[in-house]
Design a protein around this ligand. Structure first.
Ligand SMILES: Cc1cc2nc3c(=O)[nH]c(=O)nc-3n(C[C@H](O)[C@H](O)[C@H](O)COP(=O)(O)OP(=O)(O)OC[C@H]3O[C@@H](n4cnc5c(N)ncnc54)[C@H](O)[C@@H]3O)c2cc1C
Ligand SMILES: *[C@@H]1O[C@H](CO)[C@@H](O)[C@H](O)[C@H]1NC(C)=O
Ligand SMILES: *[C@@H]1O[C@H](CO)[C@@H](O)[C@H](O)[C@H]1NC(C)=O
Ligand SMILES: *[C@@H]1O[C@H](CO)[C@@H](O)[C@H](O)[C@H]1NC(C)=O
Ligand SMILES: *[C@@H]1O[C@H](CO)[C@@H](O)[C@H](O)[C@H]1NC(C)=O
Ligand SMILES: *[C@@H]1O[C@H](CO)[C@@H](O)[C@H](O)[C@H]1NC(C)=O
Length: 419
């Protein structure tokens, strides 16, 4: 990152540090904050309809509607003083400016799938700036692109693309209720990663609100900030309003199930504890779910050669469109209409701890044995192993803030423990 004109920057900072304590009251004031919001009227959407405080009867339901991890929705979890469910970018600007003025921390929330609840909890007084209402998607097939607002879920993105075209898709994650705000600012990987890289490798523009309430796009924010928000975590830099996605070609028909050689193949392994009899004996079974950009015959022949132990047969394969494959990846029964992708309600879910790590050297057999043993001991645990390589290893580790690229991971391991 380049710092241009450091002397000027230092000068401005020192003037600011002199002025701030005297000119703006930094004492926390929720009443002041709420009054401040009304000073930014909007012709079409008054902000009043977007403000939820604990006095509003729907406060609790709006709060939990986007909490994916029950560990962070207990009585002991710190609650926001208010939720601003912005309906327009002007509401986002008002929230940022008023929170700054009244000393309140903002937690920005899109889909609420943060593993550690960072988008809706805090140790200091805070408000939630919820952007789930800012969720429209504009697909431009001729331009092979789509503008997607941050509050849109991956399911809505897949549905919007898949109902406009069957020859383009977009590489992103597997869970349809994950939000665009957190996902795209964190990297975003999924079953097209080996062919097309991460979501951020295919994002060409973005609009965000800065701490000063200004709206910037790629051109006005500059390349350094645009680099940072594509993997560096959006909330560190501003409120992302929308992203411009570059669509990627997909065959009009393709199939699910595959290995690791050509880029067209993505094969995920999922070790899970299973009962082997009624006497309580347990084992770890590993299931494989894969994805191939081509026909069943091709992938069966390919795997017969490169991974014969898997014993893949034609009857294990489903030839579906890209958008239908996103439904299968979500664990929804094959053949379910793709409208299911628009279901944004999140199950109250489990109390879980999720953790990702990168495996850089093959795991020796004896280590697997101890992993299986530990899993059987814990039982309420599962792993997702996602292969890297392919397109991922062709992109330099400094291209985005997501450095796990060439020569680094063999696969990404995600561990979930129910607590
Ligand atoms: C069940 C499940 C499945 C998942 N599957 C995948 C997967 O397949 N691939 C993958 O790559 N990841 C996956 N993830 C991880 C997921 O991508 C991240 O947790 C992501 O940050 C969630 O985004 P969100 O908008 O839903 O979350 P939020 O909790 O709303 O936000 C996450 C973080 O981003 C910030 N943020 C949110 N919106 C904005 C915004 N508009 N502007 C600035 N900052 C913002 C928040 O403040 C917070 O720090 C999964 C997570 C879960 C729980
Ligand atoms: C919450 O209550 C306040 C005060 O009654 C009201 O002005 C506001 O519109 C309510 N918010 C919503 C979302 O209904
Ligand atoms: C906000 O409102 C303005 C003016 O009505 C409109 O042009 C703009 O598209 C809206 N933005 C969002 C994100 O809703
Ligand atoms: C299953 O449990 C029974 C009874 O505890 C035991 O005798 C047997 O050896 C176990 N089998 C396996 C495969 O672990
Ligand atoms: C797999 O390969 C073996 C040996 O080359 C061959 O005999 C068999 O027919 C192949 N099976 C399939 C399904 O292609
Ligand atoms: C939508 O998702 C919720 C939560 O998983 C589920 O309870 C509900 O049945 C789903 N609705 C439909 C129509 O499938």
């Amino acid at each position: 990152m380049k710092f241009r004109n450091p002397p000027v920057l230092l000068f401005i900072l020192s003037v600011l540090s002199l002025l701030i304590p005297w000119t703006t009251a930094r004492t926390v004031s929720i009443d002041g904050f709420l009054q401040c919001l009304t000073k930014y009227p909007h012709p079409a959407h008054t902000i009043q309809e977007s403000i939820y405080t604990p006095q509003n009867s729907s406060f609790q339901s709006v709060l939990v509607a986007h909490i994916n991890n029950r560990r962070y929705s207990t009585a002991a979890t710190p609650k926001p003083l208010a939720i601003i469910a912005a309906k327009n970018e002007s509401h986002v600007q008002a929230t940022v400016l008023c929170a700054k003025h009244h000393g309140l921390q903002i937690k920005i929330r899109s889909g609420g799938h943060d593993f550690e609840g960072l988008s809706y909890t805090s140790d200091v007084p805070f408000v939630i700036l919820d952007v789930f209402n800012i969720n429209s998607i504009d697909v431009n097939v001729a331009d092979k692109s789509a503008w997607v607002h941050s509050g849109a879920t991956l399911g809505e993105v897949y549905y919007a693309i898949g109902t406009k075209t069957n020859v383009y898709g977009f590489p992103a994650g597997i869970c349809p209720t994950v939000g665009g705000g957190g996902h795209f600012s964190g990297g975003g990987y999924g079953f097209l990663m080996r062919k097309y890289g991460l979501s951020v490798d295919n994002i060409v523009d973005a609009r965000l609100v800065t701490a000063n309430g200004r709206i910037l796009d790629r051109k006005s924010m500059g390349e350094d900030l645009f680099w940072a928000i594509r993997g560096g975590g959006g909330a560190s830099f501003g409120v992302i309003l929308s992203w411009k996605l570059k669509l990627v070609p997909v065959p009009p028909k393709w199939q699910t199930v595959a290995p690791q050689l050509p880029k067209e193949v993505f094969l995920r392994a999922q070790p899970q504890v299973q009962n082997i009899d009624t006497k309580g004996n347990k084992t770890v079974g590993v299931s494989f779910i894969g994805h191939f950009l081509g026909t069943s015959d091709k992938v069966v022949a390919l795997l017969n050669e490169s991974f014969p132990e898997l014993g893949l047969q034609r009857k294990d394969c489903y030839e579906v469109s890209w958008v239908e494959s996103t439904v299968i990846w979500a664990g929804i029964p094959i053949g379910t209409p793709i409208e299911i992708l628009l279901n944004k309600s999140i199950d109250p879910g489990t109390f879980y701890k999720g953790k990702s790590d990168y495996v850089k050297e093959p795991i020796p057999k004896h280590v697997f044995d101890s992993i299986w043993k530990k899993m059987i001991e814990i039982e309420q645990i599962w792993l997702d192993w996602n292969p890297y390589g392919g397109r991922m290893s062709e992109i330099s580790e400094s291209a985005t803030p997501y450095p796990q690229r060439a020569g680094k991971p063999i696969f990404c391991s995600i561990l979930f423990v129910v607590v």
